[in-house]
Design a protein around this ligand. Sequence first.
Ligand code: R5P
Length: 294
Amino acid sequence: MLIMAGSSCRVLGVKVARELDTRLGDIDSKRFPDGELYVRIGEEVSGQAVALLQSMYLSPNDFLIEYLLAADALRDLGARSILGIIPYFAYARQDRRFKPGEAISCRTVADLLRLVGTSEIYTVDAHLHRIRGLSEIFKIPTRELTVVPLLSTYIRENFRLERPIVVGPDEESEQWARVTAEILGCDYDVFEKRRLGPREVEVTPRRSNVSGRDIVVIDDIISTGGTIVETLGVLKKLGVQKVVVACVHPLLVEQALARIYEAGAYAVVGTDTVMGPASVVSVAPVIADALRTK
Ligand code: R5P
């Protein structure tokens, strides 16, 4: 299989290709002065099965258009199949109409990916809160990968935690908190979260016997950091010691990382589904394994 990567994922693409003992295929993408994107496939792809990596963070619209241009060109140039690997799948949160008239963006993006010839989609810990799986949105086969075991193993091996407890900041994070607790060999607790606005949330702990203990807070996404800052505030009031904050997709917009450290985090660790200052664990082995066992 030929591995190719859009501009959001070049480093990850190289790592995946290395894991598979192959090289990254050539795609040239640039921006015209007026903001339009240019994409050129610099490879012979006719008859080839191609895996195209593109994560949709921080400039999700640009990365989406770049993916669409690349996939359509690959199809046009005769690629046998196109497996879209989208480590961070943007627009997943708008999976229904919350207010009358809203676009169901998740479905629109899924349809666009299919319409340009994507034959299958892999994502990593996609934000699936109200739906059971991506197959409810996509009309092509999907596979959901998880990097939470690798992230949790990294925490176990790199931090000396005293009587740790894992905390998920909201009900949906239970799935990740459970896995992390298993790997750390400890208990977990899940808080209740009420969203007050795009940046404000209120979290309520369900139990309070965390005093004097080290904590790992785990969530799928850190965006503005509102959820984590609020969670840290509650934990500190309960008298916890060290708090390691972990997430799969460290979007960390609007000075979120600084705010989280200011709120008392001991460390913030995330993965390279989103490249940035907290992306310390690579999802490359997970993607490579999935391609090997395809
Ligand atoms: C939402 O339910 C997600 O799991 C995250 O908790 C949320 O996206 C985090 O956003 P923020 O960092 O802006 O609070």
